[in-house]
Design a protein. Structure first.
Length: 689
């Protein structure tokens, strides 16, 4: 038996230099991290001891060095933290807790190195650069040091180190607590009568889950493909209440997974970090590097959306209550665990449509063909599954992606189904970014989409809901942003853009989900092969705005909650739950439950990088509706429009200010008109910032 070699410490030697997941042992990570830090420090010493005058090439480019020797820390970090979200276990979690403070300390050592910063500052002050990319990289590099504390006194630098190291540990703990709490809950049913109302797909999935757990009967979890159908179809109101309360009280219980104090502390840590760096609030610190630019513009957008959508949302709510009372009697009081159930009944009454009707037409294999086919039709790219490319779990599929001219474009991984070691939700990530090396070679990206879609059962393939198709399109939009990257520097490529711009390519793709021309390319009945009927598509289109005002207010409420935490100027020591209820009250219809809590499971703003940035989804929705209106005008498959979108937005990453890129595609700044029109909301024109 040959001696194991740490794959991170040598060239991968794989096709397209993909990660050799099949050769990685868990012990390899710590060794590679430590060696990566050593090499990083060696590179920094080489840079700061260079006797030559600081220049862009010998200072800034040095930090972008992507040779295998110096890039070790980035390579191992990328793999480790991607797997920590998609395929973790107790050993990985324990290693993460051990490594996180070490990695944060190292990052601080780099950003707070005075000699390195002096070189960067000199280049920033005196360099005359050749192009926009170099200027943008230099500006980002200088700003990165300043925003990480390079201008602080030694005393304040020490304090900043303490704050950032504590915050990094707490964000990791937050995520681990949420995953453990989510996966710990099970609703185990052995009495078949308690399955009343549930469709066959839901029953089969629950039976399979029970069998896999070694139990009799049916098992329901808080994973979306299990939770959502149960809340929508189950006639068992008490069981719906149990499921709802389990989901909405995660990490509030008196146990080791309680996130209350962690959230309180994270809010205070971020406020203190921002104030140490000269900002009044953490939101001020974040928004300096966003399209919105200021708290004023964020609140302007959120308040305008409330004004535009709340009257319609109230009508939707009243209609829902009326529907429930017709079913249950005039004294019936609608509760949160009733909303999905009666929304479904109302949708059936108004449009004769529900998600189960559509599932047979959305078999995952066909959906994959449809989504890939859409990219082929718009941009000329093709996908070829390659089972020789190593993956980290059998559920993951790996593809080679080729451009219109046949040249290699990217590696694409797709990870579809829920499992024990996988965070909830859906996201896009990269295992390798794109850049152009010193020899002029265009190093192509390896991108991945990770989702929690409906699994196949013992007698049926994976049959998706329309909302799951939209999720796939959303994450695929992010992946196109990564795959089409074509910039010189990795830190400017792909999705390395302002966070209120990054959701444009993803939300833009969701528009296709209700387009007849697109649906007719792939939506075939998985048993009969019948194309989805025109009449069913008409019902999809007619119902696209069903409860959309309520959905908008829900997103706005999350944005208000986020801003409430991160516009704090003084120490936050309030009780989380009452604070939350007050913060988003303006966007909430009806009475709130006093014992539920969103904050403690709100990964986006506590652990996911969206702190003071959740408004980005609505900001980008204005952009995506405006952008898609161009496609609607010229044809949703119009290649000239698609090529403009690719060349002006998808391929340019963060090389210029996003509004410059957007105007280059659109010819003007966006307004909210297209969004209001799409949602059937009539209102005067409002500019997006």
């Amino acid at each position: 038996m040959s001696e194991h070699k740490n794959p991170f410490l040598e060239d991968y030697g794989t096709l397209h230099d993909v990660v050799p997941f099949d050769k990685i042992h868990i012990d390899d990570f710590e060794e590679a991290f430590m060696e990566g830090i050593r090499r990083d420090n060696e590179q920094i010493e080489k840079t700061i001891n260079n006797p030559a005058k600081p220049t862009f090439d010998n200072t800034i480019i040095d930090k972008e060095d992507k040779t295998g020797y110096y890039d070790l820390l980035n390579r191992v970090s990328t793999v480790f933290f991607n797997l920590l979200s998609a395929e973790t276990n107790d050993a990985m979690d324990a290693l993460a807790q051990k490594l996180q403070p070490i990695l944060t300390q190292h990052a601080n050592d780099v950003r707070l190195n005075p000699r390195l910063f002096e070189r960067v500052k000199y280049v920033h002050r005196y360099s005359r650069l050749r192009d926009n990319e170099e200027k943008r990289l230099l500006e980002n590099s200088y700003e990165g040091f300043v925003r990480s504390g390079a201008l602080l006194s030694d005393r304040d630098k020490d304090r900043l180190r303490q704050l950032t190291e504590e915050a990094s540990v707490l964000t990791l703990q937050f995520s681990q607590n949420l995953l453990k709490e989510t996966k710990a809950f099970e609703l185990h049913i052995t009495d078949e009568s308690q399955l009343d109302g549930l469709p066959d797909t839901s029953r089969a999935a629950a039976a399979l889950a029970a069998k896999e757990a070694g139990k009799e009967g049916w098992l329901f979890t808080l994973d979306y493909p299990s939770y959502n159908p149960f809340m929508t179809y189950s006639t068992q109101r008490e069981l719906r209440r149990q499921m709802y309360m389990a989901r909405n009280t995660l990490c509030t219980h008196d146990n080791s997974e309680n996130n209350m104090q962690i959230c309180r502390r994270l809010v205070n840590l971020r406020r203190e970090i921002a104030q140490l760096l000269g900002f009044r609030t953490y939101a001020d610190y974040v928004l300096k590097r966003r399209m919105a630019g200021s708290k004023k513009n964020v609140y302007k957008l959120l308040n305008e959306l409330i004004d535009a959508y709340k009257p319609t949302a109230q009508k939707e709510r009243d209609e829902l209550k009326s529907m429930a009372r017709k079913c249950e009697g005039k004294d019936f009081v609608l509760k949160p665990w009733d909303v999905a159930f009666y929304s479904h009944k109302l949708q059936m009454k108004k449009y004769n449509l529900d998600e189960e009707m559509l599932r047979p037409y959305f078999e995952l294999g066909n959906v994959i063909k449809g989504v890939f086919g859409l990219a082929s039709r718009l941009y000329g790219i093709t996908f070829k599954e390659n089972s020789e490319i190593p993956v980290y779990h059998p559920d993951v599929k790996a593809y080679e992606v080729f451009d219109r001219d046949g040249s290699f474009l990217a590696v694409f991984y797709a990870d579809f189904f829920p499992r024990k070691g996988k965070q909830g939700g859906a996201w896009m990530t990269e295992y390798q970014g794109q850049w152009i090396d010193s020899d002029g070679k265009n190093v192509r990206p390896h991108v991945s989409v990770v989702m929690n879609l409906t699994k196949p059962t013992e007698d049926k393939p994976a049959l998706l809901t329309l909302s799951e198709v939209e999720t796939f399109l959303h994450e695929f939009g992010h992946s196109l942003h990564g795959m089409f990257a074509n910039t010189r520097f990795e830190s400017l490529s792909g999705t390395n853009v302002y966070w209120d711009f990054v959701e444009l390519p993803s939300q833009f793709m969701e528009n296709f989900a209700v387009e007849k021309e697109f649906l007719q390319t792939f939506a075939f009945h998985y048993q009969t092969g019948e194309l989805i009927p025109d009449e069913l598509i008409k019902r999809i289109i007619d119902s696209r705005n069903f409860m959309c005002a309520s959905a908008c207010l829900r997103q706005v409420s999350f944005g208000l909650l986020d801003m409430a935490y991160y516009t704090m100027t003084k120490e936050f020591d309030d009780d989380i739950i009452p604070f939350e209820k007050k913060a988003w009250k303006k966007a909430i219809l009806g009475n709130q439950l006093l014992d539920t809590c969103m904050t403690v499971q709100f990964s986006h703003i506590m652990a996911g990088g969206y702190a003071a940035g959740y408004y980005s989804y609505k900001w980008a929705e204005v952009l995506d509706a405006d952008a898609f209106s161009v496609f609607k005008k010229h044809g949703i498959f119009d290649q000239a429009t698609a090529e403009s979108f690719r060349s002006n937005i998808l391929s340019r990453g963060g090389t210029e200010h996003p509004m410059v890129l957007y105007k280059r595609f659109r010819g003007q700044e966006p307004t909210v008109d297209a969004l209001l029109k799409r949602n059937g909301i009539k209102r005067h024109t409002v500019s997006n910032g």
